[in-house]
Design a protein around this ligand. Structure first.
Ligand code: HEC
Ligand code: HEC
Ligand code: HEC
Ligand code: HEC
Ligand code: HEC
Length: 402
């Protein structure tokens, strides 16, 4: 009797795991924070439309900045498009990359599954392909319930304004991807930056929000302490419209992994000989610390990673030997989702890599190099993404003569 039961359980388990291998799990749960497209039915009459060009006709400087950013390319970005088609063009992806109802070719009227990956849809007569191509457009952040969201609330705007206390509230909708589910074992939900910011800082008057990692920890309880806007939208004094009052305003730049200077600003790097151990054996140390970002470096999609190479070079600059390290997040995606290992840099924790040089190597120089990778070459090949811009670049390189 007992044996039969054990065998039955084993069979069920094996079938279950095999099925999960063939049909892997959705990589996240579609959380209620972003499950529903932004309803734009009551767009303000006082402005011509919700397109970035409409806003830009008055807020030109903002338009020009936005246009240079990855937010404006969240839909057209060739890497996104390739990846999305590789992932069977899942509807869930649109919810953050094109979050307005008018950006979707269909209306979402409900969901037929618990994870909300399977929307029940209807025809969408107000679908606007021009807006779709604007990706994370002005209205994605600024339009709510017939009003334009802003931080002042006392300007001479021709459109109705809803004042928000804390601008970081805006970022949460898309920069947290939740994964709360019994069969998912994330330390942090995949792709989100928010949950990585753990803080016990003094509370501010921001709206409370409950951001949880699936292991149950509350990472952040107030948006005010997230600081996204402070780091990603530099402060500048300027008018909001041509000829307007000069105000404390924020540049719409959102620099991140695509910007070498931004990545450099995240890291404090030191490469030097450690206390001399005598000529027979010299030891060099490379210390890397995340001093510039509140979240991990790298952050965002698990594709992002850093590589560290420590090399011995001969007279001609040829490599005699090399030690490589990767700073990345390794997730097992099937049969269950398990966060296996995370070697990225949490804020403020120095990481040291050593290179030993014996006297008989023939080396005349040691070299340290750090590179940032938007995605791995192996993944690029697998999804057949023909990149026109580089997928990795140098963040640091230094040589020390022996
Ligand atoms: C017809 C011109 C015009 C258009 C079109 C327009 N705005 Fe404005 N907007 C203004 C003016 C004028 C102000 C107030 C400037 C001031 O007093 O400094 C303003 C203020 C704002 C503010 C600050 C509000 C506050 O009180 O915090 C935001 C945010 C804003 N606009 C966003 C947008 C967005 C997004 C769009 C497009 C959907 C848009 N605007 C379209 C003219 C316009
Ligand atoms: C409507 C959803 C949405 C909102 C709201 C949003 N983002 Fe994003 N953000 C995205 C998407 C999608 C991408 C990635 C686009 C791509 O690479 O295809 C992105 C990318 C970024 C990047 C990465 C740039 C790079 O080089 O890879 C930064 C930084 C960023 N966002 C910061 C912010 C901040 C700060 C806020 C709040 C003010 C915010 N975002 C609000 C959806 C959003
Ligand atoms: C990813 C989200 C996001 C997008 C997209 C976005 N904004 Fe903003 N915008 C913000 C946030 C957050 C603030 C508040 C910054 C602060 O604290 O002053 C803001 C502020 C503003 C202000 C008020 C002045 C200021 O700097 O505070 C204007 C005007 C404005 N945005 C216009 C635009 C226009 C026009 C577009 C499109 C071309 C746009 N925004 C796109 C997030 C966004
Ligand atoms: C103390 C400054 C600081 C704060 C606070 C901060 N960031 Fe960053 N962020 C950085 C720096 C520096 C980088 C570049 C290094 C990197 O890519 O990790 C970066 C990178 C990013 C990227 C790029 C990821 C990619 O795939 O290219 C995103 C997205 C991002 N931040 C979003 C956010 C959001 C959302 C918040 C708020 C929850 C936030 N950041 C808070 C400094 C900050
Ligand atoms: C909850 C909002 C959200 C959803 C849903 C979402 N994304 Fe994103 N996506 C983001 C944000 C925010 C970023 C930028 C931060 C980062 O690098 O992870 C991003 C970045 C990306 C990037 C990196 C683009 C680049 O320029 O390097 C790819 C590719 C991507 N997403 C694909 C997808 C696919 C495919 C899906 C559906 C399976 C999806 N996303 C669903 C928010 C989302």
């Amino acid at each position: 009797m007992k044996l039969k039961l054990t065998v039955s359980i084993m069979i069920i388990l094996i079938v279950f795991l095999a099925w999960r291998f063939i049909r892997p799990m959705n990589i996240f749960v579609v959380d209620d924070r972003f499950a529903w497209p932004v309803d734009t039915a009551q767009a303000p009459q006082s402005i011509t439309g919700l397109a970035a060009t409409d806003c830009g006709s008055c807020h030109q400087a903002f338009y020009e900045e936005w246009q240079m950013t990855i937010h404006s390319q969240a839909w057209t970005d060739p890497y996104f498009q390739r990846d999305w088609h590789f992932e069977d063009a899942q509807p869930a992806c649109r919810l953050c990359h094109t979050p307005l109802d008018v950006q979707l070719p269909y209306k979402v009227v409900g969901y037929s599954d618990e994870d909300k990956w399977d929307p029940i849809v209807e025809e969408n007569p107000s679908f606007d392909p021009v807006l779709q191509h604007e990706g994370v457009t002005c209205a994605a952040c600024h339009y709510r319930d017939g009003k334009i969201v802003g931080v002042y609330g006392d300007t001479d705007a021709p459109h109705p304004v809803r004042k928000i206390e804390d601008p970081n509230q805006v970022c949460v909708r898309c920069h947290i991807v939740d994964g709360d589910r019994w069969d998912t074992f994330y330390r942090f939900p995949a792709c989100g930056t928010v949950a990585e910011i753990q803080t016990g800082l003094a509370p501010r008057s921001a709206q409370n929000i409950d951001v949880r990692g699936s292991s149950g920890e509350v990472a952040v309880s107030e948006t005010g302490v997230l600081g996204c806007v402070e780091c990603h939208m530099p402060l500048v004094m300027r008018p909001l419209v041509e000829g307007g009052v000069v105000r404390a305003s924020r540049q719409h730049l959102w620099r991140g992994g695509h910007n070498v200077e931004m990545v450099k600003s995240a890291l404090t790097i030191e490469f030097a000989e450690k206390e001399s151990q005598g000529q027979a054996r010299r030891v060099f140390g490379l210390t890397v610390t995340n001093t510039g970002a509140a979240h991990y470096v790298p952050t965002g999609t698990p594709d992002r990673h850093l590589t560290v190479s420590l090399r011995l070079l001969d007279e001609g600059g040829e490599i005699l030997s090399v030690k490589n390290h990767t700073l990345e997040r390794t997730v097992m995606w099937r049969p269950l989702i398990v966060d296996l290992q995370d070697t990225r840099l949490p804020r403020g924790e120095p990481r040291e890599y050593e290179l030993e040089v014996g006297s008989d190597t023939g080396a005349v120089q040691v070299e340290a190099e750090i590179r940032y990778h938007l995605l791995a070459e192996s993944r690029r090949e697998r999804i057949e993404y023909e990149n026109r811009t580089p997928i990795d670049y140098e963040v640091f390189r230094q040589r020390i003569p022996l």
